[in-house]
Write a protein that binds this ligand. Structure first.
Ligand code: THU
Length: 133
């Protein structure tokens, strides 16, 4: 699976997004080391606070299928002209499992840039902090 193919899988999820309130579809695709890909889209709700981001949809699908610490790369995309940066809540949820996760942050035309989660969230709070007391 190439990076470009992973971004294309995330892009395909834009059509699955349930975003009647923000009208901002987001797609995600999470590649694991054995080649398994978990895709996700944002899922909104009339009670706005319950909206779920695309990245966390993919994350929950992976963890619930037993893929917790074998993640390689996450692609995130919207239809926008700007790169679709993961929100703070998603960064925190991802950090729990893979602080140095590769992330491909894409634009609507499927162009992308590569960053690591550590770059997006330096000095993050993770499970290791709980062992320090
Ligand atoms: N959204 C995501 O799916 N991922 C992000 O990292 C940023 C925001 C969604 C949530 C909401 O459904 C819509 O984009 C507008 O915020």
């Amino acid at each position: 699976m190439t990076d470009r193919e992973l971004v294309a899988l995330a892009h395909a999820m834009l059509d699955r997004a349930y975003a009647p309130y923000s009208h901002f579809p987001v797609g995600a695709a999470l590649l694991c080391s054995d080649g398994t890909v978990f895709t996700g889209c944002n899922v909104e709700n009339a009670a706005y606070g319950q909206c779920l981001c695309a990245e966390r949809t993919a994350l929950v699908k992976a963890v619930s299928e037993g893929h917790t610490h074998d993640w390689e790369t996450l692609a995130v995309i919207s239809r926008g002209e700007d790169y679709c940066w993961p929100c703070g809540a998603c960064r925190q949820m991802l950090y729990e499992f893979k602080p140095n996760l590769r992330i491909l942050v894409a634009r609507g035309d499927q162009s992308y840039q590569e960053v690591t989660l550590e770059q997006l969230m330096p000095h993050g709070f993770g499970p290791q902090q709980l062992n320090d007391v």
